[in-house]
Design a protein around this ligand. Structure first.
Ligand SMILES: [Zn+2]
Length: 379
């Protein structure tokens, strides 16, 4: 069979989806599909014998358009054909097509646009009498009021209504719409930490802090601070005299446009005031002299004797009692460790001897001290 059709834009196909075109050459196709006939238009299809062009038949097809009626229910517009003799009517069920406007799924702010999309109940691109569909329009809700409808696809967090409005050749316009919300993004990996440690001074001090935050979708971030969770928050870190006045923590808030605020705590590190370092002078050795006072003895680190305690023959602060003696001997022992083995052991023996002895009378005590000093000098 050889198929042909009259009309410039009209073509024949061997499949219902009109992809495999039937040309003018002989084909086995017994059924052909016509595409390109305008609604209400006509097409003349002719079929001839493969071998004899005189064996032919023609038929004229008139494309009768559906008579659509439109209804809208929330996000779906339904077009129903009202023709009683509509060839696509199935029993009592009239032929219908549906167009739905679909919201994006759980959008969260990223800086990108979140468009609504259109979906149809059928696979071809037309809907009812429309060969092309109007653009989706968006409105943003401000309080209880909807803003102006524009084609700008929403980016920022907020509540939006997306709608599509069709204007049939007859009848009134029909609109399907859907509402959705773009949520604020969450800030991730934020932190505030104190830099260094404050030292208590009795006066208010402001802790220095370092801040960090990740995932802000290229928005500027602001850190604000408060003594209490409920605020008020300000960009300046509060001052603190004593950590106990605020429980050892300050509150902070991390803010960025289109993001949820994040609130956290950071610890205030304050240490007690440090006592100044004191280096006590060491008196390594002295030579007995009844006319010498403590004020005459040179001391290290700027220390000096007060001159009241005269180093006379009787007991005084440097020599009195067993404790003073032991202290002096310990000094010797410490020095002895740096000495060769032989000398060190000699000092140790001398020490032991003195410990074993009963406390000597006063005049002997001075002798012992002299002997110790001699040992020290020898070393
Ligand atoms: Zn119909």
């Amino acid at each position: 069979m050889k198929w042909s059709v009259a009309g410039t834009a009209v073509k024949l196909y061997s499949d219902p989806s009109c992809k495999n075109e039937v040309g003018t050459k002989a084909t086995d196709a017994r059924t052909v599909y016509v595409k390109g006939v305008t609604k209400g238009g006509k097409a003349t299809v002719t079929v001839k014998s493969n071998t004899d062009d005189n064996k032919r038949a023609s038929a004229v097809f008139t494309v009768v358009p559906h008579a659509f009626e439109y209804t809208a229910s929330s996000n779906t517009i339904t077009a129903t054909c009202t023709l009683d003799d509509c060839p696509l009517k199935r029993g009592d069920t009239r032929y219908s097509e549906r167009l739905s406007i679909i919201a994006p799924s759980k959008p969260v702010y990223t800086g990108a646009a979140f468009p609504a999309t259109l979906a149809m109940s059928h696979s071809y691109s037309e809907f009812a009498e429309f060969t092309s569909l109007p653009a989706i329009k968006y409105q943003k809700k401000d309080g209880e009021t909807w803003g102006a409808a524009t084609q700008t696809v929403p980016v920022e967090p907020g509540t939006y209504r997306a709608s599509v409005t069709l204007k049939p050749a007859s009848g009134s316009a029909i609109t399907g719409s859907v509402e959705y919300e773009i949520a604020k993004a969450r800030l991730l990996e934020w932190s505030v930490k104190q830099v260094g440690v404050l030292t208590y001074t009795g006066k208010p001090q402001t802790p220095k802090v370092t801040t960090a935050v990740k995932s802000v979708n290229k928005q500027p971030v602001t850190f604000t601070y408060s003594r209490t969770y409920d605020g008020p928050y300000s960009e300046a870190v509060p001052s603190v005299t004593n950590v106990s006045e605020c429980g050892g923590f300050f509150c902070f808030k991390v803010s960025a446009p289109f993001h949820e605020d994040a609130i956290g705590l950071f610890r205030i590190n304050m240490q007690k005031a440090k006592a100044p370092a004191v280096v006590v002078p060491t008196l390594k050795s002295m030579t007995y002299d009844p006319h010498t006072t403590l004020a005459d003895i040179p001391l290290t680190g700027g220390w000096m004797g007060d001159g009241k305690h005269r180093a006379h023959r009787g007991p005084n602060r440097l020599s009195r009692g067993a404790g003073g003696r032991r202290r002096q001997l310990r000094l010797h022992r410490r020095e002895g460790r740096r000495q060769p083995q032989r000398q060190r052991s000699r000092v140790r023996r001398g020490e032991d001897r003195q410990h074993q002895r009963p406390s000597p009378p006063e005049h002997q005590r001075l002798d012992l001290r002299r002997r110790s000093r001699r040992a020290c000098a020898e070393e």
